[in-house]
Design a protein around this ligand. Structure first.
Ligand code: NIG
Ligand code: FE
Length: 408
């Protein structure tokens, strides 16, 4: 029998009921669905009922109860864009960048992504799993219940598969893996076309081994071209993979438009997207993913988030956690940057880190809000929503549940 449990005495719960109905578009404070003196009833992995305890239906009165007295309950955070499995670090490169050497210049000198690739190729699977799990725990302790992790620091089949195997071994929150073999063109290949052909053959094996259902590509000068990306992504899509793109990050490559054209789940970074690109995305189901910590670390412009949101786009925030452009796992900092630098409102930041992230992962009907039928992914703490994304570090989390199971 499925385990049912009634969490009662919740000071306030954020259900996101209104935002859920709007699929995360143009959310305002009223869409947060705040309920005081609330009850949350969980049936196995899903939410059965949520609302004021005083209105709890008679038929649920016999369900075992647990008091969450004094707690504020929130939907679990979704981090829909990370590169969490890697070996080594890029501390010295960080120092160089601070002295004025650009991210692109470091890459040209053989540093950047290639240096993490070298370290990751050398690492054992067990090492990647143990460092990866530690990083996962860090996210969970902040209330993250869904986490996307990309491969992309292997750039050869053996290491890409090792990374995907490591991702598969990680436990506790919901983990969604993405194949980012197209993160850079390894030195061993003469042309983009030659490497992309090799990636297509890897896709087949990744699918058979059920290591990933999503494909990402870094479209940028000196990385992958828009034409190469279009061909590659179409093949991946025909094979049944969901698509996402590192789009218009350092220059305008028109990859945001490509994401819309191919009905990709998300276009990520989108800093250099222009008005027309934004209008196209806003009218589509593709989610714009903002990664302001990377912009902060790289001294780049921030994406025109206001324009995306005001035009009615689906949008998400994520850490982009990786050893180069965004070595932080701090959700609180990312949301703070979104408010300070991108003028996002606090309700928008909450929606971006929950329903928005779920949309970017194709899971909005399954998780991201605390409404009946959605996955019971939530966390509790002692502070009210207004103190989040304010001082660069969110309030301490007391408990975290994913699919109804306590994971922290
Ligand atoms: O999202 N843009 C490409 N990939 C990462 C950076 C990876 C790295 O520098 O190691 C990003 O910013
Ligand atoms: Fe990234």
């Amino acid at each position: 029998m499925r385990r049912q449990i009634h969490y009662r005495d919740i000071t306030e719960i954020m259900t996101l009921k209104g935002a859920y109905k709007k699929k995360g578009r143009r959310p305002v404070e009223a869409d947060l669905g705040l309920v005081r003196n609330a009850s949350l009833i969980v049936d196995g992995k899903t939410i059965l009922w949520v609302g004021p305890s005083s209105r709890c239906p008679e038929k649920y009165k016999s369900i075992p109860q647990k008091s969450l007295k004094g707690a504020y309950v929130y939907p679990g955070f979704v981090d829909c864009h990370t590169h969490l499995v890697f070996a080594g670090d890029r501390k010295s490169e960080f120092e160089l960048r601070n002295q004025g050497v650009s991210y692109q210049e470091i890459a040209r000198q053989g540093g950047g992504i290639q240096s993490t690739v070298a370290a990751t190729r050398k690492a054992k699977l067990s090492e990647l799993v143990s460092t990866g799990q530690e990083r996962v725990e860090n996210f969970v302790s902040q209330g993250v219940t869904s986490l996307e992790i990309k491969s992309g620091y292997g750039l050869n089949e053996k290491t890409e598969l090792k990374i995907l195997e490591a991702i598969k071994a990680l436990k506790r929150p919901r983990i969604i893996s993405t194949f980012l073999g197209a993160h850079g063109i390894p030195k061993e290949y003469k042309s983009e076309g030659e490497y992309l052909l090799e990636l297509v053959s890897q896709l087949d094996r990744i699918k058979k081994k059920r290591l990933s259902r999503r494909v990402d590509i870094f479209v940028e000068k000196n990385y992958f071209s828009i034409e190469g990306a279009r061909k590659y992504l179409k093949v991946a899509q025909d094979m049944g993979f969901d698509l996402t793109i590192h789009a218009d990050q350092l220059s305008r490559t028109q990859a945001t438009r490509l994401a819309v054209e191919l009905k990709a789940l998300s276009a990520d970074h989108v800093i250099c997207a222009k008005k027309k690109d934004i209008a196209l995305l806003a009218a589509s189901e593709t989610t714009a993913v903002f990664l302001p910590a990377a912009d902060f670390y790289l001294h780049c412009d921030y994406p025109p988030a206001r324009e995306f949101i005001d035009q009615g786009a689906k949008f998400a925030l994520a850490t982009d956690f990786n050893p180069g452009s965004s070595p932080t796992q701090n959700i609180g900092l990312v949301g703070l940057l979104a408010r300070l630098q991108m003028k996002m409102t606090l309700p928008e930041v909450f929606v971006a880190f929950t329903l928005g992230g779920a949309s970017a992962l194709g899971g909005h009907s399954q998780f991201g809000a605390l409404v009946p039928g959605q996955s019971a992914d939530f966390f509790s703490c002692t502070r009210d929503w207004r103190v989040f994304f304010y001082d660069g570090q969110n309030p301490a989390v007391q408990g975290v549940w994913c699919e109804g199971r306590k994971i922290f």
